[in-house]
Design a protein around this ligand. Sequence first.
Ligand SMILES: C/C=C/C(=O)SCCNC(=O)CCNC(=O)[C@H](O)C(C)(C)COP(=O)(O)OP(=O)(O)OC[C@H]1O[C@@H](n2cnc3c(N)ncnc32)[C@H](O)[C@@H]1OP(=O)(O)O
Length: 657
Amino acid sequence: MADSSGAPVETVTVVGAGSMGHGIAQVFATNEYDVTLVDVDPDQLATATDRIAESLARLGEDPDTVMERLTTTTDQEDGLVGADLMVEAVPERIELKRDIFEAADRLLPPSAILATNTSTLPVTEMAEVTDHPERVVGMHFSNPVPLMEIVEVIRGEETSDEVLDTAVALSEAVGKTPVVVRKDVPGFILNRINYAFWSEALRVVDEGTHDFEAVDAANRRLGFPMGPFEVLDFAGIDVFYMVCEALQDRDVPVVISETHRDRVEADAYGMKSGRGFYDYPAPGEYSRVDIPMDRRYEYDPLQMIASAVNAAAWLLDEDVATKEAIDTSMEIGMNWPRGLFEFADEYGVDRIVDTLQRLYDETGREQYRPHDLLVEMVEEGRLGWATGEGFYDHDYDQETFGSVEYERQEFVAYVTFSRPEKRNAMDEGAWRGLRSALERAREDDAVRATVLRGSGGAFSAGDDIQEMLDWETVEEGKEFLSEVLLPAIEDLRTHPMPTISLVDGVATGAGCEMVLLSDMAVASSGSRFGQPEGKIGAFPPMWATYGVTNLGKKSVLELAMTSDLVTARKAEDIGLLNYVLDGDQATDVARELARSTTANAPGSNALIKSTWTGLEADLVDEWFEDAAEDLAEQLLSEEGRHGLAAFLNKETPRWER
Ligand SMILES: C/C=C/C(=O)SCCNC(=O)CCNC(=O)[C@H](O)C(C)(C)COP(=O)(O)OP(=O)(O)OC[C@H]1O[C@@H](n2cnc3c(N)ncnc32)[C@H](O)[C@@H]1OP(=O)(O)O
């Protein structure tokens, strides 16, 4: 590790002994650098050394050995003399920082490196007051410094390559993961994206469409350890307020939220003041917030992700950082469960752009205007998981089996019924296509869950009525049922991995029965469900048998005996669905459920499934086979012939009163 003259960095002076400064001093001292910690306030220095000693003890380090390498002083001039590296960590006020850089430039040897821990202010504005701007660099650590791995290493306009490389190497030497910010833009990577992400959360709270608990619950459901309001409380609502102001001062299009301002004006800064969005036991005492997870589907977190992706697209396009650096920043710096671009690919770049356009149309805010880079990706078909190529390359496989489309996106197999002009009614080709698609998923070791869905605003309207009307004999009907329909149903029911029905539109007859026989099911709130076979003189064999193990008698018989189409909410109430989602969220929740199943060993899930389906079969198998035979006879009866024809001729059957 060399300073700007090539000599090794051995001594470090940290200016500012607040929460960041004392943490930075601690990590350098722990990693065998001689550290001087400077602060004008002796009380601050005393608190800092106490906190360092406590933290070292908690981390299992020997406080005595480390503390021996640490000296403190209130005399800045004294502290700066002779250091190989200065890290400035004073409050985020540019004038204060510039004064320190002016002094450091004057007092430190010409070979020393001058670093700032600013989170938002331009490094270049500090370098300007020095005679050697090439030795000024940003080293933005994250709070709490001993625990957080990320360091944004920021190149100022004049920073030399050597100084940048040394800052990277020093970050690594103290056990951190550096990400290089190639251009000195306001907010760098983390705060630029944090602003885009959190401001969207604050906006919906300002507008009263959602409250902060619902937004936090939605984020936690995606695997974030804390929702945005929990993070703001933890990090300091006032700190983020200063970030917003600093961005605004430097012409970033920022809108400061009313909710945010209210909290600051009420001195409710979060954990440190005992109250913020949530209440804490005492100022400075953290206790994990109890988030109402039953509200996790109220707010669509895609809106926050889309806003953040837009900011990140700007960073990419301006060559501020690589996509890997941006993803690492969010994963390691903010504890995101995945990188931002990984989220973008998973949701689909087209859906990110659609969401941004809608938010831009609704609010007129510049932050939502879809970035050209994203629009171009959509035009080029680089959508992410859905096409195998987006910000990253993805495992993708596709085949068409008649009217059934099979697609594997990463670990999820999608089986899509695609006869939209007939509401995805299942003819012989579709049943055979379903079997082939399920077989394909079964044989692909990469597939961990299978999602069934329909195209064109319907799931499936059930078995093809025209085909059933074309049967000439009961035997023909029985043959079809035993050789085509029942094996497909059995393949679905016993598919050895989790199956999830994703319903957006209508699911009737055998369509609704496939939902029943799936392991889990989600639907958009406008979807409709029904077993209207009785109305066409038929009857629902899977519903009337397997319904007994899944739903209650009253629900099974009400739907079957009335042919009423019920709402998704009603279907959820009777146990046919796991979740009903507003907007486009059903697609995402199906994928999230698929991901959740991957927490389990595949063999465990296969056993859970086979135990359940075995039990189910023991209960109803005999009845099911009889029911299928009865169905063939009923369809060939006078009632059946009349009912099927009436439907196809768009006539009212004669039994309707
Ligand atoms: C063992 C299992 C047995 C069974 O599954 S038996 C079948 C049970 N299913 C039903 O009885 C449902 C029949 N379909 C409907 O009631 C309605 O459709 C819906 C409520 C599902 C949707 O209504 P809407 O959106 O108004 O569409 P639309 O105009 O009725 O249908 C569009 C086109 O799709 C055809 N179609 C719909 N369902 C079936 C079907 N199950 N078999 C064959 N064709 C079907 C129609 O006839 C029409 O066609 P065109 O445009 O040529 O007139």
